[in-house]
Ligand binder design. Structure first.
Ligand code: KG4
Ligand code: ZN
Length: 346
């Protein structure tokens, strides 16, 4: 089975062709093309929706064309088209959805609507020889979302916790902005922190709060941490000299909350496997510390991480999610029924 995936929820125009095994549960990526707009939005310090929309319109058809060519398949080989319906920026989502509709009409194909978070979840299932054990606990952390989710064997998802304010990626982005480090903040803060980790043996952290660490539930809140960082910077005339230490301490605060809450949730829900996904899962320290903590503190739990190239937004994860959803019985739709929804909930 061949699926064309299209993703345009924010500032990446992406298309991918995946091959799903008709009998088993393996999905392989034949192509994954991403036209990133990071360089365009960098100078504004964040994504400007109108600029993103215009770029998507320019990029979408060449990107789809490229994905089909690289996969070396013809459009007649495609079983269906998968597209991100939401959540995301409506002006961005429209490019992907309208393109999917037009192609479905022209090529006589059906469409599956995929939730962007489903995409992040299934990014960790790409190329697996066998499905993970269930219940599976998923931590999805990106620029727009921080969710703890339980997935059952039939694919049913239960959100057991989410952020009450900023998402983890947003906390990274806003922290970097405060320190004038650039956009997107996650990879930059991570790099400054990593430089310090590699140079120093004992790092004396700047004291920052761990919001909602002991709240007794699985909700997150990162806006207080951001404010705490702002006050520390304001009080320290020489903070620029310690920017690596600020990045390190800020990253440790975010990571500690994410890891401890995930471990508590795994225990409470008897998780047999744990997935870490979303843009923030590209973070080296988080990947290492999560893996270390899971193997030290819980028995018999398999830890799944997406390949680095599938952590931030891409279309392979959308096509992969569509494959699993198809296997679970989600219906395909006619092009006339497709509509982007910027607030689409899981
Ligand atoms: O999943 P994604 O590409 O887009 C959304 O769905 O939001 O995630 C983007 C987010 C940004 O906030 C970015 O700063 C963060 O992921 N990110 C990272 C790293 N790489 C990307 N955060 C921490 N460490 C990283 N290495
Ligand atoms: Zn995303």
């Amino acid at each position: 089975m061949y699926i064309l995936g299209i993703e345009t929820s924010c500032d990446e125009t992406a298309a991918s062709v995946v091959k799903g095994n008709d009998k088993g549960s393996k999905v392989e990526v034949l192509s994954s093309i991403i036209a990133s707009q990071i360089d365009i939005h960098k100078k504004y310090g964040g994504v400007i929706p109108e600029v993103a929309a215009r770029e998507h319109v320019l990029q979408i058809i060449p990107v789809i064309d490229h994905a089909l060519k690289e996969a070396k398949i013809k459009k007649s080989d495609l079983d269906f088209i998968a597209v991100t319906k939401g959540p995301g920026l409506i002006t961005s989502l429209l490019s992907g959805n309208e393109s999917a509709r037009a192609l479905a009409y022209a090529w006589d194909k059906e469409i599956m609507e995929v939730n962007h978070i489903e995409g992040h979840i299934y990014s960790a299932f790409i190329n697996l020889n066998e499905p993970p054990s269930f219940p599976c606990l998923i931590l999805t952390v990106s620029g727009g979302h921080s969710n703890l989710i339980i997935m059952q064997v039939d694919g049913k998802l239960d959100i057991i916790g989410e952020t009450l304010d900023d998402a983890a990626g947003e906390a990274f982005d806003k922290g970097a902005k405060m320190m004038n480090l650039g956009y997107p903040g996650g990879p930059i803060i991570s790099k400054y922190a990593q430089d310090l980790i590699e140079k120093s043996e004992n790092i004396e952290e700047i004291d920052l709060p761990r919001p909602m660490l002991n709240s007794g539930n699985f909700y997150f809140s990162f806006s207080g941490l951001k404010t705490a960082l702002l006050y520390k910077l304001k009080k320290d005339k020489d903070w620029q000299k310690r920017v690596n230490l600020y990045c390190y301490s800020y990253q440790e605060a975010i990571i500690e909350v994410l890891i401890k809450k995930t471990l508590k949730a795994a225990e409470k829900y008897g998780a047999k496997s744990i997935v870490l996904s979303g843009g923030v899962s590209a973070n080296k320290r988080l990947r290492e510390k999560m893996s270390e903590n899971i193997s030290k503190k819980i028995n018999d739990v398999k830890f799944l991480l997406p390949d680095l190239k599938y952590t931030t937004d891409n279309a392979a994860m959308i096509a992969a999610a569509a494959y699993f959803k198809y296997k679970q019985g989600r219906k395909l739709q006619n092009y006339t029924e497709i509509k982007a929804d910027p607030n689409w909930e899981l």
